[in-house]
Design a protein around this ligand. Structure first.
Ligand code: ADP
Ligand code: GLC
Length: 468
């Protein structure tokens, strides 16, 4: 069985968030003697391009509307990623030093057309084409409706929705950019009067998955306008919980962190990492450290951080460290708070993979008061590093974290994304920190919770097999 995962992100090639982590790990864990699982993504002008060598597999011209563009399919020389990688190089459109911008319709269409044109030239057709998010959402439509791809129409397609907030909308005015199809089928592209690539994929893919079971249920009630569609298509939809790459995220041999540790050495291991963070960010190492890592957007509840942090630090004894970037106003407000809370609060605005690992290792608690969280990987990384997650009961957070007041519980959960509930949840975490025997026991316990891909990778394989 030959599977192509098609995605805009894949770790370590290009990462903005969790999509990259999933596409960079799931294929490794799907690989077996009978399964070849490979990744196709755009060729960006980034560090991965600068630090690696590539060979050209295929060269052609792709047509988008009235324009032709040079297109090459590249593969990586000396590949040790654990899966085969193919890169769609459309120099004029995709070869940029960023992954996303405000104007991506034609860029990602070029990616999808470049991939499908290449598939037409393959003697051995894939067994499954697995599309991730709206950037690849037109593939199932084009494979079944565009005249030029008719030879691909019997290949099963799977769409995974990592985040239904973003749908890739564009106007019917530029519909001619989509390779010609029977216009009677235009309704498959449309949702609410505009072309909606995510909706088109939900309609046209053979199966639709979301990245946690709870998120699937939540989407049927609230999906940024797609709830009716998801209810209508519910028979082909299923929620499969993401796993984590336990080779990349392993405190025992993580080369990014200051001191490696395992469950038997957790106290000294975490202490050394915390010490480094406190020194680096001028924080009081005796106090419990609550950290946040992520995108500063409404979905993560980050607009409530400035007020919540102010209230927490006025009332309670802890430190707060934040690593993230996103809305400029939130970034500015968070930075402006610094002088008020010396040795208690710091922020690093930006993206830093190494620092994120040290924070998972050194912090005592990880805060995730998300309004929407399709799966969330941070809480699973935090468990693996013995850092107690503080989460809102939503989506994948609900499926992975049990509150300490429940039988067998190990995290701090709250029901709503409000300032008061964030402040109270942090209050509960400080109480836990001060109950030393209980805190130590929970830290050890969470390190052994298994969120590896083994179970979920198999669920995907079963799903693929059901389509043959
Ligand atoms: P999302 O994909 O919605 O942003 P996830 O929890 O699925 O959320 O995954 C986020 C991933 O991105 C994690 O690997 C997290 O460590 C990483 N990440 C987010 N923001 C940053 C940042 N500023 N610096 C480094 N890593 C980050
Ligand atoms: C999205 C979601 C996040 C999920 C990730 C990987 O970015 O926001 O919750 O963990 O995709 O599936």
């Amino acid at each position: 069985m030959k599977i192509y995962h098609v995605s805009a992100e894949c770790y370590p090639i290009a990462k903005v968030g969790g999509l990259a982590d999933v596409v960079g790990s799931l294929p490794k864990y799907q690989k077996s003697s009978t399964i070849v699982s490979q990744v196709v993504m755009p060729f960006y002008n980034n560090d991965f391009r600068r630090n690696n060598k590539f060979s050209v597999l295929h060269e052609s011209k792709i047509t988008i509307g009235d324009s032709d563009f040079e297109c090459r399919i590249l593969t990586l020389k000396n590949n040790n990623l654990g899966f085969d990688l193919f890169l769609v190089d459309v120099p004029k459109l995709l070869f940029k030093d960023f992954v996303y911008s405000n104007n991506d319709t034609i860029r990602f269409l070029a990616f999808q057309i470049g991939f499908l044109d290449w598939m037409l030239t393959q003697n051995e057709k894939p067994s499954i084409i697995h599309c991730h998010d709206h950037h690849t959402g037109l593939i199932p439509f084009m494979m079944t409706q565009s005249y030029k791809y008719q030879s691909l129409k019997n290949i099963p397609t799977v769409l995974t929705i990592h985040n239904a907030q973003y749908q890739g909308w564009f106007s019917h005015d530029i519909i001619n950019v989509i390779p010609e199809f029977n216009f009677a089928k235009v309704g498959l592209l449309d949702w609410g009067g505009v072309i909606n690539p995510l909706a088109a994929a939900i309609k046209c893919a053979w199966r639709v998955t979301t990245v946690s079971p709870s998120y699937m249920e939540e989407l049927k009630i609230k999906a940024n306008g797609l709830e009716n569609l998801l209810n209508h298509e519910s028979k082909k939809c299923v929620g499969i919980l993401n796993g984590i790459d336990t080779e990349v995220w392993n405190p025992e041999n993580d080369s990014y962190i200051v001191k490696n540790y395992k469950s038997s050495t957790i106290q000294s291991g975490k202490k050394t990492n915390k010490k480094w963070l406190c020194k680096h960010f001028n924080l009081d190492e005796k106090k419990p450290m609550v950290a946040f890592i992520g995108r500063l957007v409404g979905e993560k509840g980050s607009d409530l951080f400035p007020v919540s942090f102010r209230n927490i630090l006025k009332e309670k004894s802890c430190t707060i460290l934040l690593l993230g970037s996103g809305h400029k106003e939130i970034e500015d407000e968070l930075k402006a708070l610094k002088p008020n809370f010396i040795r208690e609060y710091n922020v690093f605005i930006g993206y830093d993979e190494k620092l994120s690992h040290i924070i998972y290792a050194g912090a005592d608690f990880l805060l995730m008061p998300s309004r929407v969280e399709p799966c969330g990987l941070n809480q699973m990384y935090s468990l693996r590093y013995g850092t107690v997650p503080i989460v809102r009961n939503v989506g994948g957070l609900k499926d992975t974290i049990t509150d300490i007041d429940q039988i067998g519980g190990f995290g701090i959960c709250h029901e709503r994304t409000t300032v008061q509930q964030i402040v109270d949840a942090v209050g509960r975490s400080i109480k836990l920190f001060n109950d030393d025997p209980k805190f130590k026991k929970i830290r050890k316990k969470i390190m052994s919770i298994d969120h590896s891909w083994s179970a979920s990778a198999n669920e995907y394989i079963k799903l693929y097999k059901s389509l043959k």
